[in-house]
Design a protein around this ligand. Structure first.
Ligand SMILES: Nc1ncnc2c1ncn2[C@@H]1O[C@H](COP(=O)(O)OP(=O)(O)OP(=O)(O)O)[C@@H](O)[C@H]1O
Length: 266
């Protein structure tokens, strides 16, 4: 599967514009905006006063160590996590608004697919909720490079292939905002590079992507980065700005430098 297939998948829509970038309604506006956002889970304060905005039609990386609150933030954005105070707006609506159901795709860390169903049946099932056609199903499967496995039971696939089935299930509805929680974990370098190429092609076609990772080298694939640590937003910047501010082209080192800078300032 080439990135062009994915672009074509996102660009051809009979009912709504798939080349989201061209939409005058969204051009120049924020896809996600968080203001004074606090989220607690149980008695623990997880996110502590986040303010940021995510631009339309680009890849934003959500980076931070394990336990820093990435999944909690993503859950808040897609509307499955109660907000304690502050707000998140998504495509101009409050996060979780019913009207966003067809516009926001969320791929969780562990593949959420039916293991007893074939790849095709899984994608068709999720597509049916959004009025997707058989052609949409086939295109979503092609977009993640799983055509030859379309009729295979999902339980019989590798971990990386199952993750891609999950991604196809999110793609089939052609969301304007795609939230991906550590999509490259457990994938080999070739597959990882391919996936990033696909994400870039999607952003090119106008989709907004928010991608979490705790691997700093993945930051270079993003146009904007949210650096999270202990539920605080350390910085929002581009990879080039991270390298400059962190005084290293090794983004892992640069992030560590920014953390130390923050600790010293406290
Ligand atoms: N249901 C829960 N109740 C209470 N605390 C929770 C719950 N789920 C997660 N947490 C805590 O919230 C914090 C943030 O977790 P979260 O999963 O958002 O982090 P993360 O950055 O996505 O981590 P990872 O990279 O390991 O997936 C962690 O300290 C975790 O222990």
């Amino acid at each position: 599967m080439s990135p062009e297939v994915l672009v074509s998948h996102l660009a051809r829509d009979k009912t709504k514009p798939r080349g989201h970038a061209a939409s005058p309604a969204t051009a120049g506006t924020a896809a996600v905006e968080a203001v004074a956002l606090h989220i607690s889970r149980g008695r623990t304060r997880i996110l502590r006063g986040l303010d940021f905005s995510i631009g339309n039609g680009r890849i934003t990386g959500l980076l931070g160590p394990s336990g820093s609150g990435k999944t909690t933030l993503m859950r808040g954005i897609v509307g499955v996590q109660k907000i304690t105070s502050g707000s998140i707006s998504v495509l101009g609506q409050p996060a979780g608004a019913p009207s966003l159901r067809h516009d926001v795709g969320y791929v969780t860390q562990s593949p959420s697919v039916y293991p007893d169903l074939s790849v095709e049946a899984n994608v068709r099932y999720f597509g049916a909720m959004h009025g997707a056609t058989a052609a949409d199903t086939a295109e979503a499967i092609a977009a993640v490079g799983l055509e030859e496995f379309a009729r295979q039971k999902t339980a019989d696939l590798s971990g990386g292939q199952s993750s891609r089935v999950s991604l196809a299930c999110a793609l089939v509805s052609r969301p304007k905002l795609l939230v991906l929680d550590e999509p490259t974990v457990g994938l080999d370098p070739v597959l990882r590079a391919e996936l990033w190429e696909r994400f870039a092609a999607m952003a090119e076609a106008g989709t907004t992507l928010l991608v979490s990772s705790h691997v700093m080298e993945e930051a270079s694939h993003c146009s904007s980065l949210l650096l999270l640590r202990d539920g605080l937003l350390l910085a929002q910047l581009s990879p080039a700005e991270l390298a400059e501010r962190g005084r290293s082209n090794d983004l892992e080192r640069a992030f560590l430098h920014i953390i130390q800078e923050g600790l010293a300032a406290q």
